[in-house]
Design a protein around this ligand. Structure first.
Ligand code: ASP
Length: 446
């Protein structure tokens, strides 16, 4: 049939709305199944293990699949850009230092909020045992637990950070090899930045290609997320009941509180103490940038708006702002680091795997580096979170609980990621006497 001129083509439902609908459908079906059959029903358990679990598992494996190439290419490229010490010298070093400090503070806030708020604790031990026994843990998780059981001395842990076989660490990425593999990528990136440009360039181009391919795969995988979320949420809610939904709501609130503390507390302090500017004026100058980040959930997509605002509204010199913002769009992600920290603790509580101080420090370190290795696209942090989960021994199914509500958190953490870049650029500019230079640049252009 031909469409009449009056009919308008139907607009597709945005992906994040579809994913949220998936969450609702899975939750309603899960609650209905639990009340009709009971959480202990063998029929329900068989249905989950035979039908819904495999769909969720395939989805999760598709994300796991790209972890190693994505992480390696993102980290090496990020560090190679920051680490070209000869070219950018002090500005690069100062930006790097601020990235590490701000990300460290962000994850520390996440851990503090998670330890005080204890999200995920409200699940009864019986419901949890039911969930875990139904969803047999996968091999990666079993290995991670075995690794966790082999308690290493602090000295051995430090030695273990340095990879003696990066390929082996890559194959063990989901069960403890990730940190040494990341350290290898960092060293590789610094070395890449230090060799002759004509030798480095083909490697950089190759890794840029790998990075782009990984992003494409994630984009495809995310298209099936709405269906995967239905099955993942159904399985969890049918076995865990209402309490799981309440815990998710509470977790969302805690993440938003922690993000707000960092956004308005820590960044304001940095702007006030280091850049000697008024934070309120600063936030007003970058309000369009913050709104764009919120709307797009992507640091990369926000980059052009951020560059314009940094130069025209905040008044930063071109060289500093272009360098810091371009590199920062992928390499400095405070909001993501914070989110990753709190999510891992939430899911660990949820599944009754309390993390001791040592493990929390590991989460802190991994989340800081993860901030560098996360792509600045919607949902870019997921591959990293899944690796962190496997490392701690959290069943990968658990990811479905958070993916369903992720969009609002993604929008919010992206605001921090981008604000963090401009904050660093503003502080570095003040340290370099750039504010004066920007004024001269402006006069020169007028
Ligand atoms: N969406 C984030 C960004 O682009 C990355 C993430 O945390 O998923 O900055």
């Amino acid at each position: 049939m031909r469409r009449t001129t009056m009919e308008r083509p139907r607009k597709p439902i945005p992906l994040h709305v579809q994913i949220f609908i998936g969450l609702l459908v899975g939750a309603v079906a899960g609650i209905a199944a639990q009340s009709a059959l009971g959480a202990d029903s063998q029929v329900l358990k068989d249905f989950i293990t035979t039908w819904t679990r495999p769909v969720g598992q395939i989805f999760l494996r598709l994300i796991f699949m790209v972890v190693v190439p994505l992480l390696f290419s993102a980290l090496v490229l990020g560090v190679a850009e920051i680490g070209d010490v000869r070219k950018i010298g002090r500005i690069g070093m100062r930006s790097l230092l601020m990235t590490v400090v701000l990300s460290g503070v962000a994850v520390a806030i996440a851990l503090a909020v998670a330890n005080i708020g204890k999200p995920g604790m409200g699940i009864s031990p019986e419901a949890r045992a039911n969930f875990l026994s139904t969803l047999a843990k996968n091999d990666a998780v079993k290995k991670a637990e075995a690794n966790a059981a082999k308690a290493l001395s602090p000295t051995d842990q430090v030695i273990g950070l340095v990879s003696d076989n990066p390929l082996k660490d890559a194959t063990d990425a989901l069960s403890g090899g990730l940190l040494p593999f990341m350290v290898f990528a960092l060293i590789f990136g610094v070395a890449l930045a230090s060799i002759e440009p004509e030798k480095a360039l083909p490697v950089i181009r190759f890794l840029e290609g790998i990075f782009a391919v990984c992003l494409k795969i994630i984009e495809w995988v995310m298209k099936v997320a709405p269906i995967a979320v239905v099955t993942l949420v159904f399985g969890s809610v049918a076995l865990l009941g209402w309490a799981s939904l309440q815990q998710i709501g509470y977790f969302v609130i805690l993440v938003l509180v922690a993000l707000a503390v960092h956004q308005f507390g820590v960044y304001s302090l940095a702007i006030w103490l280091v850049a000697k500017r008024n934070p309120l004026v600063f936030f007003r100058q970058i309000r369009t940038v913050m709104m764009t980040a919120f709307a797009t959930s992507s640091s990369n997509a926000t980059l052009p708006v951020a560059l314009k605002a940094a130069q025209e509204d905040v008044g930063l010199p071109k060289d500093i702002s272009s360098f810091v913002l371009t590199v920062g769009a992928t390499a400095n992600q405070n909001g993501t680091a914070l989110f990753e920290g709190i999510t891992v603790l939430f899911l660990a509580n949820f599944f009754g795997i309390p993390l001791g101080f040592g493990q929390q420090v590991t989460v802190l370190l991994l989340a800081i580096v993860a901030g560098v290795g996360t792509a600045g696209v919607p949902g870019g942090s997921w591959p990293m979170i899944m690796v962190l989960m496997a490392r701690i021994g959290i069943p990968p199914e658990a990811a479905g609980l958070v993916i369903g509500v992720d969009r609002i958190l993604d929008m919010s953490r992206t605001v921090l990621n981008v604000t963090g870049d401009i904050t660093i650029a503003t502080c570095v500019s003040a340290m370099e006497g750039g504010d004066q230079r920007a004024k001269m640049e402006a006069i020169g252009e007028a």
